[in-house]
Write a protein that binds this ligand. Structure first.
Ligand code: SF4
Length: 496
């Protein structure tokens, strides 16, 4: 059996934290369930409970491969095993070579001189190989291949006396992208790197505090969004904070925070009903679609023809609505139609039974509504093109329905570079934009469309809330990496 994926970049994770809810594990479960799209290969929850017999806090852990619903379905896992009023949780995708190792499923837990500690991480550390090598040379034994484990070792080896200072000391040494939830015997800590690459939000549910990658994690438990954890900030939620209803905020170190939020969170990763980097994803995605319509209008061969604009469910739904709205506002004649139907029983990953069945993989996930497409000028709007394999197969599928013309519009620029901050892209040579030397006409020919149009980097940035675009990372489109990458790491990731 070969595990296969539709052609989209993958986010490594979602994190969730709870402090001060007697049913912390159940709240964390729902928070993770709402963020299933950020990681579908494994999930874990760690809770902390006071053991009155031993007069100390005890950690309970449950993690496994699979979807959130499957991982916690065993009798009593959430109610009898994962006891306590504090919890952190994690959904993950595997990184290269690590998908079959259960030890890589987070949260990671250790018992060290400072007590119990558990950590869950969304992002990717850019200097972890360098730190790992140094620690290994000094005798540290690693149990996983994950970059996150170095943070635990740095905490355990810190010379600082107070645990909070040990965590600060560790976080001040790592670089790259991290949105973290950390559980100690007495506190829930949320921390974010100085660029704020990945989202991390603070919320409340009654008197309890919540932390979540996306705000949909709050909505599902009737919690409310309070604010984002700021780049370079550490938020400490302990008994004092819980009683006062006010968290403690400190800086990781004195380095200035310069936001480089991942623009791809708006384009594809985050759910449109989330608020990410303080703004509605739906609103930004709609604007991406509107700007795409303005810069890349479709001109049918016969100007009298109406445009049938279809989305690729679900990630391009919102951008497609924006595209149609702006096209008609500019005097065009476009109609939004549901031309592609997605099977909801196939996730972002699925099992391909064998090489001998050489079928169009996209057919397992999508089907066309032929009456909508036949004899019409069809515009497919998608959020991104990576290898181009899925887009090519989608075009074939649409063509089988007998349209007059097929045009393709993309609400982001061509992807040309890998991400080193927590998204999993194919190697540069596998990206269709590189295979076609960045020539959009050539890419369109490879996809088999009548015309192809992308948003430019400038138009993409103009669609995001900070219109001068300085607050965003665009490295996978531009090759401009805002935080330097360890050269060996870069080489390994490019060749992986
Ligand atoms: S390289 Fe691309 S996917 Fe990675 S953080 Fe930057 S914008 Fe996001």
């Amino acid at each position: 059996m070969k595990r296969s994926r539709l052609d989209k970049p993958r986010c490594h994770c979602a994190v969730f934290g709870v402090y001060g809810d007697p049913q912390a594990a159940q709240v964390a479960y729902y928070g993770l369930l709402a963020q299933q799209h950020r990681g579908q290969e494994g999930s874990g929850i760690v809770t902390s409970e006071f053991d009155s017999a031993a007069q100390r806090q005890r950690f309970h852990v449950h993690k496994d491969f699979g979807l959130v619903d499957d991982v916690y379905k065993g009798t009593g896992i959430l109610t009898d095993v994962l006891c306590g009023s504090m919890a952190i949780g994690h959904n993950r995708y595997s990184t290269a070579g690590a998908s079959d190792n259960k030890a890589n499923i987070q949260p990671f837990t250790v018992l060290y001189k400072g007590g119990n500690i558990a950590i869950a991480h969304n992002g990717n550390l850019t200097n972890f190989r360098e730190i790992r090598r140094r620690l290994q040379n000094e005798g540290t034994i690693f149990q996983t291949t994950s970059d996150t484990e170095v943070i635990l070792h740095l905490i355990a080896r810190s010379k600082e006396r107070e645990q909070i200072d040990q965590i600060r000391d560790a976080l001040s040494q790592v670089r790259g992208a991290f949105s973290l939830v950390i559980l100690t015997d007495s506190a829930l800590i949320a921390a974010r790197d100085h660029s704020g690459f990945r989202p991390l939000a603070l919320g409340r549910k009654g008197k309890a505090f919540l932390v979540s990658s996306e705000t949909v994690g709050f909505d599902i438990v009737d919690g409310e969004y309070v604010r984002d954890v700021q780049p370079g900030e550490m938020v400490i939620i302990d008994d004092k904070a819980h009683r006062a209803g006010q968290v403690t905020s400190i800086r990781i170190d004195d380095r200035p925070a310069i936001p480089h939020h991942c623009i791809f969170e708006y384009i594809y990763f985050s759910r449109p009903d989330s608020r990410v980097f303080g703004h509605s994803v739906d609103k930004v995605r709609r604007k991406l679609g509107k700007n795409l319509a303005k810069s890349q209008p479709v001109l049918p061969k016969d100007p009298a023809d109406k445009l049938i604009v279809i989305n690729v469910p679900d990630s391009s739904n919102t951008a497609t609505m924006g595209y149609v709205q702006a096209t008609n506002k500019e005097g065009g004649n476009a109609k939004l139609e549901i031309g592609l139907i997605r099977s909801h029983y196939i996730g972002r990953t699925f099992i391909q039974p064998g090489q001998d069945i050489r079928m169009n993989k996209v057919k397992t996930k999508f089907n066309t509504v032929k009456g909508v497409l036949k004899d019409n000028v069809v515009v497919i709007v998608d959020d991104s093109i990576v290898r181009g394999t899925t887009s090519r197969q989608l075009v074939q599928l649409v063509r089988q329905a007998g349209p007059k013309e097929v045009h393709f519009r993309v609400s982001s620029p061509p992807i040309t570079h890998p991400c080193h901050y927590g998204m999993d892209f194919p190697t540069p040579k596998e990206l269709i934009a590189n295979q076609c030397d960045g020539d959009v006409k050539k890419i369109g020919e490879a996809l088999g469309v009548d015309s192809l149009g992308y948003l430019s980097i400038e138009e993409m940035l103009a669609s995001a809330p900070d219109e001068n675009g300085e607050n965003y990372c665009t490295a996978c489109f531009s090759g401009r990496y805002p935080v330097p990458i360890d050269t060996n790491q870069k080489k390994e990731e490019n060749e992986a």
